[in-house]
Design a protein. Structure first.
Length: 158
């Protein structure tokens, strides 16, 4: 009999480092935030420029100004959207099929590759196979189906 994947409750957790528990003075906190912004700024600038280029390109195709073009944003902040071609997580702007029955989404990189007539190979997406709780905890061998006691394991040689 195959083990069925158990239904799991969704757990929301907040991850905090020990560093965040330090008491910082307002000056130290300000310096820390300025440092983070300085590190992120080049990436954010690149992202904004890429999005502006896509909107400008679309405006030229439609014969409109870039301010008149309405970009497709992800539908919900709670929903994760993935590119149907490259499986990249899409957090903001993307392209979708205009047919309401079609749920095909493309990231901006794949859209650009299509426009340039060079769409990269779709990566092989492997599906996870649930092998049961016993296997997940190292208590059975999926090949033979045999069980073993964790107490019988040999200690690793260091």
């Amino acid at each position: 009999m195959k083990d069925k994947k158990p239904k799991r409750k969704r757990v929301k957790a907040t991850i905090q480092s020990n560093e965040s528990k330090r008491n910082l003075t307002s000056s130290e906190r300000r310096h820390h935030l300025e440092h983070l912004i300085a590190l992120m700024l080049p990436f954010l600038d690149k992202l904004v420029k890429a999005q502006e280029e896509v909107i400008e390109f679309e405006a030229n195709i439609k014969g409109l100004s870039s301010f008149a073009v309405e970009a497709t944003h992800t539908s919900s902040m709670d929903e994760r959207v993935f590119c149907n071609h490259c499986a990249t997580s899409i957090f903001d702007l993307h392209r979708s099929c205009p047919n309401p029955d079609c749920k095909y989404d493309l990231c901006l990189n794949c859209c650009e590759e299509i426009r340039e007539r060079f769409l990269s190979q779709r990566p092989e997406i492997l599906q996870y196979q649930w092998k049961g709780d016993q296997y997940m905890h190292g208590l059975s061998d999926p090949e033979t189906g045999s069980s073993f006691d964790p107490e019988d394991r040999e200690e690793p040689v260091i």
